[in-house]
Design a protein around this ligand. Sequence first.
Ligand code: SF4
Length: 375
Amino acid sequence: MGGHARFSPSVANRRINCPPSLVLEENFEDVESQYAAEGSAGHALAEYLIKRYLKKSSERPESDYYTNELIEAVDEYVSYVIGDIEKAKQICMNPMFLVEQRVDASDFVEDCFGTADMVVITDKVIHIIDLKLGRGVPIYAEENPQLMIYGLGILRMADFIYDIEIVKFTIFQPRLNNLSTWEITTDALKTWGEDVLKPRGAMALMGTGEFKSGKWCRFCKARNQCRARAEEFLSLAKMEFREPALLSDEEIIEVLKVSDELSKWASEIYSFAQDQAIVHGRVWNGFKLVEGRSNRKYTNEDEVVEAANAAGYTDIYKQTLVTITEMERLMGKKEFAKVLGHLVYKPQGKISLVPESDKREAIKKNTAVAEFQEV
Ligand code: SF4
């Protein structure tokens, strides 16, 4: 196994849904984002802490990314894993614990391997636990192709020793308070491997199949220039409205359904084009770079104080409290809750209209008219 899988489980959702994305993305450079680097540092710390608990040798990693907040997020994950390890010891004579385990799924797709964060194997169950340190969107375990590939790889290793019936997956995403668990029978997992992963993986490696845009485009390196994605969004924008002059409720609902996605896509393309112009000097016909409005700034604060004092103005400082996030970072989550928990409240958030599929619970909001009528 080399260091870099062509078909990486971590982007399997994209490959399965849009197979030719693999070959298309190979035209773009690999750039490690600061989020990815922070995530790697968090995983290294988790690995060290779990191995230490299991009395396996490991060196404590060092990184500038280790803020109190990241350490606490990792700690939460480690506590969950330790709880699962202890449960496994109670129900199984010979449980197996694998930390940062290299997993090979090349039986299904050539050059497909990755690393499972934590694997707990008991007599009949494989439990794969995945730490996600992102704060963007919650990731769910249900039918998650990355975890299903890990499951197939671990099954390949464990099937000789154990009589595995169930493969269970957990995603632990501490920064979003997201704990998502899902399980599948080994037979169903193998069927998915044969019927979905194998054919889709082969297409991806050859660059065949259809381009299809969706949620999986989010981190695709081709997303800003992808024709399939642009066509999809532009077709959303082409709506046919009929008479009469005013839109019906149904037509407004149609616009609402696409407006969020459309505006996100448009602003991504805008940022991409702007970045290309500023950083790479690229010229877009019909567009130019201009300077935006800016606010006045002091050139040198010490000299400002000196000059103001000399002119008789001494009451020139103001003191403000650090923000809640800064305070929490300063004290650490637990200490913050103990010292200031009772002095913090969460005002009602701004009410917005979102699609039914949004995970947040709907609020019961009386309209202003209804409230008026109740008086
Ligand atoms: S942006 Fe989306 S549709 Fe285009 S190649 Fe990437 S995953 Fe496929």
